[in-house]
Write a protein that binds this ligand. Sequence first.
Ligand code: ADP
Ligand code: MG
Length: 381
Amino acid sequence: MNEQITSFVNSFKSELKVISPGRINFIGEHTDYNNGFVLPTAIDKKITFSFRKASSKTQCTILSTTYQKLFTFAIDEITIREATWENYIVGVIAEIQKVTNGVGAFDCIIDSDLPLGSGVSSSAALECGIAYGVNALFELDMSTLQMIQLSQNAEHNYVGTKCGIMDQYAVMKSKEGTVLLLDCLVNKHTYIDVNFDPYVVLLLNTNVSHNLASSEYNTRREECEFVVQMIQKEDAKVSSLRDITLSKLEEYKSRLSSVHYERAAYVLEENERVLEAVAYLRTGDLKQFGSLMYASHRGLQHQYHVSCPELDFLVDFSETKEEVLGARMMGGGFGGCTINLIHRDMVDTFIKEASKAYKKTFDIDLTSFVTVPSQGTSMYS
Ligand code: ADP
Ligand code: MG
């Protein structure tokens, strides 16, 4: 640790502590920005934030122990920063200031046990934890939905990823032992109690993050918007893919490129899969629930084209194992984790076999963890 960091940490008296978790998503990928359905929940890995009001009137100091890096910024003069990670933080503060102008100078220490850039949304955990902490520290009285939306705006305007609302929503609103059925058309959710016993949720981290991820994400968004705009010319009521059925899409098939058609078809089918999956969850049919996870992956792989060889390898591997009911890539794609629903007695054996096969094929170490549906962003107690 350098001296500046050591002295900052040693003199830090925390006024409040916040925890902000990562999230998983069982099904409903790339549907949120198309006003569709998703089925996420928070996990038991998280970022922990210690906040205090700063002694300076305007200068804020932020330390990430993950990066062992510290930076300062002036609360009355927020601009886009060179280091990406700093933009998640200053972006949230700038968005809050637009609404409240009530944030004073503060200091913050950020500690994390979340893998970064692995599809469990450390970015939303970071944004939401900052918003939640600052809201409490300066008694800003923002609603949860406000904090969700301005965290999303921060990612759009300061980081440049045109993300949907799922990550921030799941990070903020999740409750232990449940998943959220979120309708991104109206931003309303239903909690669904889950009991997977004797199955558990296992994440396998490819430990790759192909640099296509961010640019392709925005491209997918544009491709979907293109389809909407085309149909909208003839039907003004259509304002997102949510307003289109599969049979309506068929009518336009000959006029769309095969790429545009596949993208839209994937989204419409995925929305249907989410609702079907929820019905299976409610009746406790985990086998059918799992087979929809596989179907989701194949759509992402072959129609939406956001997977990669490493993710496909792990899903293919899972599919050969009877103890895994379902598996798919999770998050934006091009790397990160697969989510697997696996019999608890087989977890250790499976991880050993999968790691060996993965290492042999890609010469990369697989990492993994079992997780459970957990509470969203909250005060640390
Ligand atoms: P994901 O959200 O799936 O983890 P992203 O690429 O969207 O992947 O977000 C990861 C980025 O979030 C990191 O590259 C970093 O900029 C920021 N970030 C997340 N956690 C931390 C942390 N503990 N300290 C500093 N920056 C972090
Ligand atoms: Mg992210």
